[in-house]
Each structure stands twice: as structure tokens, then as C-alpha cells.
Ligand binder design. Structure first.
Ligand code: TRP
Length: 336
């Protein structure tokens, strides 16, 4: 077996929050330090079209996500960091893969089925109301992302596992019908990475509007942390660390020894207000240096753009010749 190739995409909707940091950015940057493996990280801006985003938001989100990964120290010499839409071979491969994809397979995609269910529950006559083809064939674009770089490992959240399996199915069908050109990818789901809860105690997510932006300025960070939901136990009453958003958040940032100390303070009845102050100071200290770099990058989008262009150039060294092979295999050829 050759070298493992890790690849993952980040949809360009929204501003990175501390849930994204703990769940995806930090483990991604850590993993990319392993020089025995190859890493591809990209901004999935075509994917964001499935969600009907405001055009200006897509650009802003692209800048914010790219600046976050760079500010946090992603080594772009080793990892290939690019924007999906700069790799022209990806949309072309997407179309080619449409011919390898059973419609019935797409009917089974959870992301599509969830929308249909919302329509049905909402009493709509048309179960497909408001559903675009971009949403429907979203997994095919994702398959192109994955197959284009011969990825073997695709780190994703549980909700994306099915899409990786679909990429595998599509690749298998191509390999069977034409030539063994595609590598079969595998989803990697890390059960150890923390899934953070948001301000209201539900999973931290843009769709719940309960996030803490990763690089919120100090004042805003404090204000948001002060809003985190707790129970009504008084200062001095022993508190349970299980099911405490504040505790989980602290744990996601601190060392095991520090976490054990805070657990002790819970048992001793630390006041919620004080715990919030502890958490704020801890996160703020840890984020501060990256926040300064982030602000510098946001003020200099040209620097970020240059990084992405460099990444695209590296990526296209792979995608251009590979797509030529794929076209040849399926019979899209020059004459004579
Ligand atoms: N669909 C993924 C998500 O919403 C993002 C994504 C796009 C992706 N293309 C990918 C993830 C390829 C892994 C591999 O999270």
C-alpha cells in the first residue's frame, strides 16, 4: 500500500467558530504535521452554492476560513491548501461522474432526504419544493473532490460519512466500466475529537445560531462566554461536570491536569460566574497570538489569495494530467 493521502473540504458558509476549531481545524493542522502522509485541505466554494448563499457572504467566508487555517499555522509547504473553484478539473470530473451515478443512489442521500422530509412535514404538495440540482447532486461534486486527488482517507463528521461511501460506489462503477483509475476512499471519523455545544447547550452550529466565533475580539468573546447556559445551582453548591457546556469547552482547550483541577473546583462549588471568567481567560490567552495574525490576514486579503493561488498551482499539477487520463478512458478524445 502506498502513502496515505488525506483530503478534506470546508464549505464556505459562515465564520469559523470554536466548534469548527476544536472539531476540524486543530486536528487537521495537527495531522498535517505527519510528513509520512500527504494532506489536501480546500475551501469547498462550489458546495456552498447548494445552500443558496448570498454572493458576498461566500467571498467573505472564503477569506475568513482561509485566514483562520493560515493564522493557526497550517504548513502550506507540506499540505496542499486550495480553493475548489480554482481547480477547473473538478467541475469537469463532476460531470463525468454524473454518468457513473445511479439516480437512485442520490435519492438515498441523507442531505436530500432531510429536505424532502421538511417539505412533507410542512404540508407541501411538492416534496421537492425549493430543492436545486446542486443540492441533489451535491454528493457527486464531493466525489469529484475526493477522487481527483486519489485520496485514501477522508476525515469528516458523522453526517458526511454517507457521502464518502457514495464516492466509493461511484469510483467502483467507473473502475468496473472503464479502467481502474480511481482509488477507493475511506471516511475517517475520529470519535475522540470533541463536538462542542453552543451557547444554548445544543451542538454548536451556524444553523442554530449559537456559536462563538473563533476570532471574536476580546470583548465579544467575554460577552458570549457569559451567555453560555448553565443550571441554577448557587455558588458553593457542588456541580456536576457531566453535561456542563462550560466544562466541556474548558476541557477542549486545556491539558488533562488543568481539566482535573477545574473538575475539583466544580466539586467544591465554584460559582458559574467565576467559571465563565476562568474559561474566558483561558481561551483568550490561547487564541490571542493567532487572532493577531488572523486580523493581519483579513486586512491583507491579497496575501491569502496568493497562498490559495500557490495551492491551486500545486493541485493542478496533479489534476490536469489525471483528468486527461480519465477523458481518454471514457472516450473524450482528440481526433486524428
Ligand atoms: N460536504 C462537506 C461538509 O459539508 C464539505 C466537503 C466538500 C468535503 N467536499 C468534500 C469534505 C470532500 C470531505 C471531502 O462538511
Amino acid at each position: 500500500m502506498g502513502q496515505e493521502i488525506y483530503l478534506t473540504g470546508i464549505t464556505t458558509t459562515g465564520t469559523p467558530h470554536i466548534g469548527n476549531y476544536v472539531g476540524a481545524i486543530r486536528p487537521g493542522i495537527e495531522a498535517s504535521k505527519d510528513l509520512d502522509t500527504q494532506h489536501f485541505y480546500f475551501l469547498a466554494d462550489y458546495h456552498s452554492l447548494a445552500k443558496n448563499e448570498d454572493p458576498d457572504r461566500i467571498g467573505q467566508s472564503t477569506l475568513e476560513i482561509a485566514a483562520s487555517w493560515l493564522a493557526l499555522g497550517l504548513d502550506t509547504e507540506h499540505a496542499c491548501f486550495y480553493r475548489q473553484s480554482d481547480i477547473l478539473e473538478i467541475p469537469e470530473l463532476t460531470w463525468i461522474l454524473h454518468g457513473m451515478t445511479a439516480k437512485g443512489l442520490m435519492n438515498r442521500a441523507h442531505s436530500y432526504k432531510a429536505q424532502v422530509q421538511l417539505n412533507v412535514e410542512g404540508g407541501n404538495n411538492d416534496p421537492d419544493k425549493g430543492i436545486t440540482m446542486a443540492l441533489y447532486s451535491y454528493p457527486i461534486l464531493m466525489a469529484a473532490d475526493i477522487l481527483m486527488f486519489k485520496s485514501t482517507k477522508v476525515p469528516v463528521g458523522q453526517d458526511q460519512k454517507q457521502h464518502v461511501e457514495m464516492a466509493r460506489d461511484i469510483a467502483q462503477r467507473f473502475n468496473h466500466n472503464f479502467e481502474e483509475l480511481f482509488v477507493l476512499p475511506e471516511a475517517v471519523i475520529d470519535d475522540d475529537t470533541a463536538v462542542l455545544k453552543g451557547l444554548d447547550g445544543r451542538k454548536m452550529s451556524k444553523s442554530y445560531n449559537n456559536t462563538i466565533p473563533l476570532f471574536a475580539d476580546e470583548k465579544r468573546l467575554r460577552k458570549l462566554i457569559m451567555k453560555i447556559k448553565t443550571n441554577s445551582l448557587e455558588p458553593g453548591e457542588p456541580k456536576d461536570t457531566a453535561d456542563s457546556t462550560l466544562f466541556d469547552m474548558y476541557k477542549a482547550f486545556a491539558t488533562p491536569a488543568e481539566t482535573a483541577e477545574v473538575a475539583q473546583r466544580y466539586a467544591e462549588g465554584i460559582a458559574w460566574g467565576e467559571m465563565k471568567q476562568v474559561l474566558f481567560e483561558y481561551i483568550n490567552e490561547q487564541i490571542r497570538p493567532a487572532r493577531e495574525e488572523y486580523e493581519r490576514l483579513i486586512a491583507n486579503p491579497g496575501v491569502v489569495e496568493a497562498e490559495l493561488q500557490r495551492g491551486a498551482e500545486k493541485a493542478r499539477e496533479i489534476s490536469v494530467p489525471y483528468l486527461a487520463e480519465i477523458r481518454e478512458a471514457i472516450g473524450i478524445r482528440k481526433l486524428g
